[in-house]
Design a protein. Sequence first.
Length: 547
Amino acid sequence: MEIPYIVNPRKDTGLINSKIAIWLFLASEVMLFGGFFSAYVYLRLGADYPWPERTLPVLPGLINTFILIGSSVTVVFAWVALKLGNWRQFQVYMGITVACAAIFMVLKGIEYNVKFHHQAARLHDYTVVEGHLGYELKDGADTHHPKGGDYVLDRNGKKIEENMIRVVAEKVTFAVKRFHAPWVNEMLAEAEHAKSEIKLAADIKAVTEEGKEPVTLAKAGEPLSLELLEKIKKQQLDALEYNAALRTDALRMEWKETKDANPGKRGWQLASDVNIDMDALAPRLLTEISTVEFTVNPPTRLLFKPRDIKESPTSSRLRDDTVIAGAMEASPMVFHNLDAIDFQWLVMKAKEKGISPETAIANSWLMKNSEFVREAWAWHLARNVKKQEVLNQRFGFSQDGKTPQQTLTHKELYRLGWKDLGEMGVETKGVKIGGVAKIKEEFMGPNYNARGEKTFPHLSVPREEIRHAAKFSPAWNTYYAIYFTITGLHGLHVIGGALVLLYYLVFGRKMFLSDPEWLANRVEVGGLFWHFVDLVWIFAFPIFYLM
């Protein structure tokens, strides 16, 4: 049986089946991306923090825009070549289209990689600092131009990022049901490296069978191992299952007796009278072991990523509810390339409290503890005065002769980006690149290798001063969460569309020889989808990169 309207269009619509299907699919796609773009606009207009503006490098986004526009043209040329029966031209144009998709994704991957290595931190006073983290250096190493042998290495020979939480563990208490095996192995390896021992603090005894005496599952002094934890976990799960069944049976019996004693009443009327006699049930219950404690002798320093631990001065908790008792060492976040200082959020909070921006900035932790920041801010204020004078000359004043018609934006007033710091470094003769006194805009941001002392300095921020920290990832703020959602979903569409077009390029020869019109129709449908992918990016580029 032949399916109609695959090659020849319907008389009532003038369309073949696949073209109707792709238009219906694209209608759903419009609703999907339309919802995302609408949400972005809504959240931006209602944001309760300074929304990032023009934070993405324009050059890769602009290149990707022309790449997709060009690929939309070549996919049309490929379709025309099929309609004209020219297979060789089809191969050339479709090959260019697929190559453009590959270049687009490579550039997007580079952009993502840069974001995932760029660190940001919001302090408790709402100051935001940005830059790149360094690695722990040996005493006496050159902090500005370290060499390979200047870094402190962990037991695996890897450099230690200066954004780790350091805890000197004296005791470790595991949540039996939730312990994370890789962290257990890491603790064991660190203890072995430090020639320390992690041993059970006390005997583990449990009733494993109803009516029997407790048995010893593990004795004090046994070394920590995954096998030991799994053994205790099995007992815990078995006990929970058995005890839950006992409680369910007891509750069922209580309901039956209560209903028999109160005929005619509904369940909700009897609920307050139904109670399990836990004292009578207790002798039958098996022992539930929720936690197990180990001692660390001698105490050993353990390193954890900030997202994995909730630290405190004397006791810290991992995400799997493991509690580590011991003092937390100084665990600062160290920027080896500080490339942005942002007081916008601090100023916003200060105005809400009726505090002047100047006072709030002067009292910030950065201004009090960093000589470089004080110098940079003084230079920034002086430059802003010159900028405002230029605006006054160009746009003039209002009728009262005092109020400028045009003023600097909030971002220009209270934020120093890497270009600003580069300009400051040039003016203070801190850097010269290739004999040219300026910081060149790199494809992936500033050229840190050409840094000077007055350009991208080091900054150490104590852990207790940090309110929130993350790479430029969805975890940093709402802007990046939406950015990665929309561009990531768009990237999946690019990959999916490119794979379909690549299929026609690689395996289309047989279809072309048997029924060239059928292949042309399929390529046309694929081209419609590809145009939609291009259209989505044309909306995304100005929203994320230019606004």
